[in-house]
Design a binder for this molecule. Structure first.
Ligand code: HGY
Ligand code: MN
Ligand code: MN
Length: 395
């Protein structure tokens, strides 16, 4: 088994959960994964650091000028797969290993990174680590979301988050990632070179009705919060199905008081909508706000709605895409230029430095699931192309 496959296997044991992996920001499982990673970085004689935002860096401090930053994330969705994020972090390690083995002396610094909380699983607002690294910290919003309490429980000082900004030292960011969709498997190419990353919109909605007796309350006139939420879920789905440039998902729903014979008086849920175009992104946001407001009114429900995240679609750097094309061709790998339907830390970095991503196929297009899988030879080809591109960037 290659060291990449072995390390993916070892990482998947940390936070193993029901066949998948659960590692959330400032949780013991992610802390254990970060410690494991730091040991790997130190074995490669890199300067390892756990920064104030929970990001893990391994720095090869050589040469001069801005650093090439390579990595991804080790946090996961609940019972996620073993490749989402981890592949990119471990491929960055493999890149250093290859360059050292080849006796390459980089002419500029090379940094490996595992960003904290890319998924947003705990606080429903993702990419906290890369946003802090880039100086995009919203202390009040994050405090309101419980980030400060979670950090305090983990013994980490919330007020130090703003000192995590260090993107000024970076000149380029590269991330290897599984595609998390069916395109490459269906088209048969070895690799995807990402042109742009879809825009992400997140909301948290609370519908307030009236808890009442499920049997004696006349059907007309009920103020059923879950019925209202259900209508919104289906209307979002219909709209997204009818459009080429929109996806919609409601992944978390809770109702109160939660009795089988009680009409739900309160329903709280998340909304995740996405669009790869600026126009589609604006239209999707307007549609969500209008639909929630209209259905709440029609159902006689009170409504509270807050945005959890808003990341417009972003194009990735043409020069770095060209470098990935050159590296793929040099490795004899077939590839296609393609957008990403998933969000990534690269969409944060891309607003600050040239950033690019490389995809390997996902079996059945499955991700955010224990069934996520990419064959070792495809992972290794992706890692080889990444290493070749990085070698070209560090001179
Ligand atoms: O949700 C996403 O697209 C990413 O996996 N965080
Ligand atoms: Mn993910
Ligand atoms: Mn990811």
């Amino acid at each position: 088994m290659s060291s990449l496959a072995a390390e993916l296997e070892a990482a998947a044991q940390i936070g193993a959960d029901g066949g998948g992996v659960s590692r959330f920001a400032w949780s013991p499982e992610l802390a254990q994964a970060n410690e494991w990673l730091i040991r790997r970085l130190e074995e490669l004689s890199l300067e390892a650091e756990l920064d104030p935002a929970g990001n893990v860096f391994g720095r090869w401090a050589v040469g001069e000028g801005s650093a090439v930053l390579v990595g991804s994330h080790l946090d996961t969705v609940p019972r996620g797969g073993r490749y989402d994020g981890a592949l990119g972090v471990l491929a960055a390690l493999a890149t250093v290993r290859v360059l050292r083995a080849e006796g390459v002396e980089p002419k500029r610094p090379l940094w490996v990174v595992s960003f904290n909380d890319e998924e947003g699983s705990r606080f429903q607002t993702g990419m906290l680590g890369s946003r802090a690294f880039c100086g995009e910290v919203d202390l009040e919003d994050w405090r309101r979301r419980g980030v400060a309490d979670a950090m305090a429980r983990a013994g980490v000082d919330f007020d130090q988050l703003t000192s995590a900004r260090a993107v000024d030292g970076v000149g380029a960011y590269l991330e290897l990632h599984i595609e998390q969709g069916p395109v490459l498997e269906q088209s048969g190419e070895d690799l995807g070179i990402v042109t742009a990353i879809t825009g992400l919109l997140g909301f948290r909605v609370k519908l307030l009705g009236a808890a009442n007796h499920a049997g004696t309350t006349p059907m007309d006139g009920r103020r059923d919060a879950l019925a209202g939420a259900s209508r919104i879920v289906l209307e979002l789905r219909e709209e997204a199905r009818a459009r080429e440039d929109m996806t919609a998902n409601v992944g978390i729903v809770s109702v109160e008081p939660g009795g089988f014979n009680v009409i739900p008086g309160l329903a709280e849920f998340t909304i995740d909508v996405r669009s790869p175009t600026a126009e589609g992104f604006e239209r999707a946001e307007a549609f969500v706000r209008e639909t929630v407001k209209r259905v709440a009114a029609e159902e006689g429900l009170g409504m509270e709605m807050s945005a959890t995240h808003r990341k417009p679609p972003v194009a990735l750097d043409q020069g770095l895409q060209d470098a990935l094309v050159g590296a793929a061709e040099a490795e004899g790998a077939s590839y296609r230029l393609m957008p990403s339907g998933a969000g990534h830390d690269a969409m944060v970095l891309a607003h600050h430095v040239p950033a690019a991503m490389l995809f390997v196929p996902s079996r059945g297009g499955i991700s955010h699931s224990p069934d996520e899988y990419t064959p070792p030879e495809q992972c290794e080809l992706g890692a080889r192309v990444l290493a070749r591109a990085v070698r070209g960037l560090v001179g």
